[in-house]
Design a protein around this ligand. Sequence first.
Ligand SMILES: [Zn+2]
Length: 521
Amino acid sequence: MLALLAPSTIAPSWAQNAVSANPPANQLPTLGDPAGQDFGVGTERKLGDEIMREIRVDPDYLDDPVLLEYVQSLWQPLLASSRARGNISPDVDGRFAWEPFLVRDKSVNAFALPGGYVGVNLGLIAMTSTRDELASVLGHEMSHITQRHIARSIANSKRQSLLSLAALLAGIVVAAKSGQNSQGDAAMAAVVGSQAIGAQGQLNFSRDMEREADRVGFSVMTGAGFAPGGMAAMFEKLDVSSRLNDSGGFPYLRSHPLTSERIGEARARLGTAPPAAPVSVLEHTLAQARSRVLMDSRFDALRRWQALDGDQVASALPDKLANAYESALASTLLRDWSRADTSITAAFALLRSAPAQKDAHAQRALVLMQAQSLLARGEPGKAVAALQPYAVEGSRPVLLLQTQAALALAPPGTSDDATLKQRAAELQTWVAVHPLDSLAWTALSQTQERLGQPLRAIRADAESRVALGDLNGAADRLRGGQRRARTTGAVDFIDVSVIDARLRDVEVLRKQSELDQKQFR
Ligand SMILES: [Zn+2]
């Protein structure tokens, strides 16, 4: 699905400009491929990048390392399965981003964007009760991308300004809110809403495309080892939930109407797929629990999650474990440390009480939350001790938590702390492989600052802005680095030349982005 709009709040400024711009249709440039009649791979990626530039600075774009790692753990096998099935041409494979991202929103939704990006609302993770259900939605959205449904929809549509289309798609994240500020800006909501519905009319996938995404997505998910029942279970759950609840919370259903035909086809496919390998069940339970708490961090909502430590209703282990996790995380966010500790202890005891489920993944997920809680209350030493079993795995959430702990533990004014140096080296290696990891660059910047390497810290800070698509912010920081190098005498020549070179790169990127935006206008 693409555009899925609930009436709502305020679009990003760029979207508002684009809405008013509205150039006449006959002035559109020819796009993409030399042939001109198709929407090329490179053009689609550029359009996707422009959209992501808007989305990444939206407060509801959520880079939660723990949840994102979990979604990636489903996404990567799906991607490998798509490749193994020959669904992705080499051209598309190399040029698309293949990147899932999280949206802090209670509504149940996932959406494919141009260029290989897939947004996943926390509300979707929260309502799925198995990894297979979530994987069925990811596989479906991935298949919209691999089958080039976006390009085909755009090529088929009466082309309006692609820039306004991009703005509207970026506005999805804002416009598809589940109504947290519903009485906020009614007039703007009406404008954005009607424009957005227009975009949905253009880009909504055809019924045939939806069926193809179901069919291809199913083979991709089962090929990746997920339980084939996940898709039918997801459909049934959506069906039941949407009948019990106000449909406003289920934008996914607006673009994916659940016909009895779709459900029937999903059931019929069941007999054709191999059974899934046994996996961690409770890890999904904890991802669900984390999504529920993070998707609405208002005080009242957190108090409700916190109160689950007094719940007497839950009897099944997963429900009790989810309650304990939710209460512990909510207590942490409310800075109620003793209650957080009680729930954390309860959660570990629940896991130990189920030796049959020996769930190492769930154990690790609990430890990560415990470390987060310990760091939040200023007990970095205990956080390091808790993370010890995972210290060498080199994963993103562990590395970021360890860095936070090292920064808190290093004595003030130190520039020669062995642990900090180690973290800096690990982060350096990490960003070399993941150059668009904004959080990692920020952590590296803070570490280098503490190690007395101001120019490197400035450069890393600038890279964190590049990763978010904020090229102006990046250029500002790099120029600040140049000034600093001029005014302070003793600086490393190499650090200075890196900053000069990166500033030139960023200027080139910025010009390119302006050209791209003109192309889409
Ligand atoms: Zn779809």
